[in-house]
Design a binder for this molecule. Sequence first.
Ligand code: FES
Ligand code: FES
Length: 219
Amino acid sequence: MPCFRGREKGANRGPWQSAPAKLRRAVIKANINCRGGASILAMCICDFASHRNRLNLPFVTTPARAYTTNMQALSVNGNYYEVDVEPDTPLLWVLRDTIGLTGTKYGCGIAQCGACTVHIDGVARRSCQIQVGTLGSKQVKTIEALAQNGRLHPLQKAWVEHDVPQCGYCQSGMLMAAAALLAQKPKPTDADIDAAITNICRCGTYQRIRAAIHAAASA
Ligand code: FES
Ligand code: FES
């Protein structure tokens, strides 16, 4: 029986003998309980051992599977992060799921709603469409860093004063879009606001957003 070769004195240990005792016990037990699949499995192991011995092939130890790491570096709100994600992972996913900054919201995932708006080097961008591997040394800023040193951004104050949010889901994206606008144009006109704030609010808070932006601009 070829499958006993591995038991001969001095013979190389075959896969069956090299297998952990726990696995061998499990196969034997399964073999007793079920003479179908388990028998075939045991026969295959023994058969392979016999061929290996006949051809005098060395055993090759397969190392534990080495998972490739895809460490991506990014700077968010002044902090440096290294995250183990694929380079084409959307920034939004990294912010929310990997780093844990959940103030930035997922709305549509196709660059339409603006709920995911963050600043990249000061420019309002939709993070659902930014691949984290493309960021390089660019600085990402999220809604969590809009207030500084415990002081609300003028827009946040105006948002409170004008009671802007309803459900609130779109508002972090709205605020980030508005903040980028004010940084670029401290006194925006209605036309500037219309051109810059293309975010969608399902609750229809557009008029209050406009009023709050004007209020913050003149504060
Ligand atoms: S989730 Fe990014 S634009 Fe809607
Ligand atoms: S406040 Fe509800 S979606 Fe804008």
